[in-house]
Write a protein that binds this ligand. Structure first.
Ligand code: FES
Length: 111
């Protein structure tokens, strides 16, 4: 069980592997993946919203809670390989209490 102030996150890879981890409120989903060694989210720009290597899919009903990308994130996603309607950059999604238990899908490798 996560401690108080932590949010559980379920990462699922394209081949069905799963990681159940937790991160503190206010941390990003990208940080949560990197801190826990979840593969497929390399986050080359370190959360600067410039690289798109933290790309993920957020399945329903979670996507409705996190909402669509805005601003710079939306611009970058337009050029991100494998983009879908529920794409987000995980460095731009901050863990909140109402996201406890969120599922995040990791895109397949693009090269
Ligand atoms: S870590 Fe580079 S855009 Fe998210």
């Amino acid at each position: 069980m996560p401690g108080s102030g932590e949010v559980r996150v379920h990462f699922v890879s394209a081949d069905g592997a799963r990681w159940e981890v937790a991160g503190p409120l206010g941390e990003t989903i990208m940080d949560c993946a990197v801190d826990n060694g979840v593969p497929g989210i390399t986050a080359q720009c370190g959360g600067g919203c410039t690289c798109s290597t933290c790309h993920c899919y957020v399945p329903s009903p979670w996507y409705e809670r996190v909402g669509p990308a805005q601003g710079d994130e939306a611009d970058i996603l337009e050029f991100t390989p494998g983009r879908r309607a529920n794409s987000r950059l995980s460095c731009q999604v901050v863990l909140r209490a109402d996201l406890d238990g969120i599922t995040v899908e990791i895109p397949p490798p693009t090269d």
